[in-house]
Design a protein. Structure first.
Length: 68
């Protein structure tokens, strides 16, 4: 399920918010690796998905709140 979610996020360009081209490729590659049934590819795919997700979450938290 994680592989299909990463693959869909990479192909559509959205994961929590719009993703740049580099992050799209960082989702497509692990998405394909997670779909392939071999343990080594699972470890690599999960690690890359975790990197992208933590980067996305940190970017959202590091922005200052808008002052109205």
């Amino acid at each position: 399920m994680i592989g299909i979610g990463a693959l869909a996020g990479g192909m559509q360009g959205w994961l929590f918010k719009k993703t740049p081209a580099f992050e799209r490729w960082l989702l497509i590659i692990p998405g394909l690796a997670l779909v392939y049934p071999q343990a080594l590819f699972d470890y690599i795919g999960i690690a890359l998905v975790v990197v992208v997700v933590t980067k996305k979450l940190r970017n959202d938290e590091s922005r200052p709140a808008a002052v109205t």
